[in-house]
Design a protein around this ligand. Structure first.
Ligand code: NI
Length: 198
């Protein structure tokens, strides 16, 4: 794997429109896809994070990578193209961060174990059972591919409060990117508050 920083791309911050739109299926399993996957590993490890979905780097396709190594006993780095959850069981409260939500941590309900069907980087279909953190991570990344975020899993009032604190956190960082993110997030906060007060 190259350690070349030219492989790095900025990670989009929610609510960038690409992060709120469903991603498109992967159709070509070619060298360009292999290169994109290598780039995603590089960006994910550099961030650092345990999962990255292609829409987070402005590639609106159904693709994610994850590696919970260091945090689970038997980590399995996974490349998942066109993933689907074909079984979900149990429930757990998951405390999550997201590379597209700087500084934010949210507790959301997730299935405790899942069966995932997806294609690898060559296009070969596989089925894998995941539980605990790995199951949670895959669910989080698949949400990105559906144009959802963990905020969509919160009750309306909590969702408004969480979005409010996210915006307040961004005000503190005062960069061009954070200003842009705030200007996109504020209308959504108004929308969420309306829904919460209904
Ligand atoms: Ni995320």
């Amino acid at each position: 794997m190259k350690s070349d920083d030219t492989l790095l791309l900025p990670i989009l911050e929610w609510p960038h429109p690409i992060l709120r739109s469903p991603a498109q299926p992967i159709e070509r399993f070619d060298q360009a896809l292999t290169d994109r996957i290598e780039q995603m590993w590089h960006i994910m490890y550099h961030a650092p994070g345990i999962g990255l979905a292609a829409p987070q780097i402005a590639d609106p396709r159904r693709l994610f990578v994850m590696d919970c190594g260091g945090r689970v006993s038997d980590p399995r780095p996974l490349v998942c193209a066109n993933p689907n959850i074909i079984r979900a069981e149990g429930e757990l409260d998951s405390t999550e961060g997201c590379l597209s939500f700087p500084e934010l941590s949210v507790v959301v309900p997730r299935a405790a174990s899942i069966t995932l069907r997806a294609q690898d980087e060559l296009g070969t279909w596989f089925v894998i059972e995941l539980e605990g953190l790995e199951a949670v991570c895959a669910q989080h990344e698949i949400d990105h591919l559906e144009g959802r975020s963990f905020l969509d899993l919160l009750e309306p009032l909590e969702r408004s409060a969480t979005l409010h604190s996210y915006i307040e956190g961004l005000r503190g960082s005062n960069t061009v990117t954070s200003q842009e993110t705030i200007s996109r997030a504020e209308p959504l906060l108004a929308e969420y508050l309306m829904l919460a007060l209904k």
